[in-house]
Design a protein around this ligand. Sequence first.
Ligand SMILES: *Cc1c(COP(=O)(O)O)cnc(C)c1O
Length: 423
Amino acid sequence: MNLSERDKKHNWHPYTQHQTAASFPAIVKGKDALLWDENGKEYIDAIASWWVNPYGHSNTFIADAIYKQLTTIEHVLFGGFTHEPAVVLSEKLMEILPPNQKKIFYSDNGSTAVEVALKVALQFNYNKGIQKTKIIAFEDAFHGDTFGAMAASGITFFTEAFQGSLLEVIRIPVPTPGNEEKSIITLENLLETNEFAAFIFEPLVQGAAGMVMYSPEILDKLITICKKNKVFTIADEVMTGFGKTGKTFACNYLNKLPDMMCLSKALTGGTIPMAITTFTQEIFDGFLDEDINRALFHGHTFTANPTGCAAALASIELLQTIETQNNIQRINQSHLTFENAIKNHPKVKTTRVLGVIFALQIKTNSEESYYGNLRNKLYAFFIESGIILRPVGNIIYILPPYIITEVQLQKVYSTIEKALEII
Ligand SMILES: *Cc1c(COP(=O)(O)O)cnc(C)c1O
């Protein structure tokens, strides 16, 4: 039996209906934007393995940093201790985060980064004896799969079975072009009630919804309304962080600053699972007291894992090289050229580009479900063609690693053009 067959015996995969799923390719090697399966078939990883891997697979610079850390101090508990990688990483983050972000809380993945932000928003008010127990989020948001993150998520496909067991989250429309006023008015009306602790959003791009985009100007307005009403704003940059939108953070496009930020995915260049929630000084100070009960009683066994911190430091160093920054610009330019060429295709409804993110919506007669037939047909076609793309409903998006070559990128585009012919 090969790996694909052996996998079926014990492994339960994410977002997978195993009764109908085919067997999955077993990847045995990766280098830069390429992956190879056990049969020697080559794939271009055009979505950076779920957006985590901008600097390429098997990156030796990050690997060396990890090895060095593993053979110095691989892990030490962060409760009652500290270590150099966490100190240096936090200092480094202070250089690149929006200037109001002053405190760093470490955890393990995007969902936990969101859990921490939501818990902090709720407990901040609890500590002050203020009754604010509800959260505001966008329709079609995705913030992760743990309970708090799931409550904040609006893609019901993921959360249907758990309605009734979730934190109370009220949704406002996504301010996509044409829906700005509706979004603002809904938020203003909600905030009249004074029961909301926070507004959580994916800044500028809703990844899992299919790279749905809206403008920084409108997000500035929504943040301003929240600030006026003393509602914390949480920018979930788990997907957008570390260069995806063309700037280090999507929030760098804003004039108003969020109170908290959630980071993960590209943080360690796709090597060690790690996440960060960042806070303003004001929020941190809301937990200071003689009473230990006002402290944040949240932690994870691997909080601030030194190896993860070392991987993050190496990744940020790579992000800041001129080479990486040039690559981000190059991919953006190529996307814009491709967008121009494809946007008038009779089967294309809309296209959008921000930074290294490209998305194309296919014209369909009916609503396409998240994992519907069209999506499955497209996905199978791309895999067969040696391109890893995971369409969402009728949306095809590209979010390549920054090191993807121009030749590889052109192959991704031409495969998308071919896909439009087979549907
Ligand atoms: C992926 C994602 C998450 C969840 O991260 P996990 O590491 O999968 O838990 C949260 N928010 C956004 C915006 C994401 O894209």
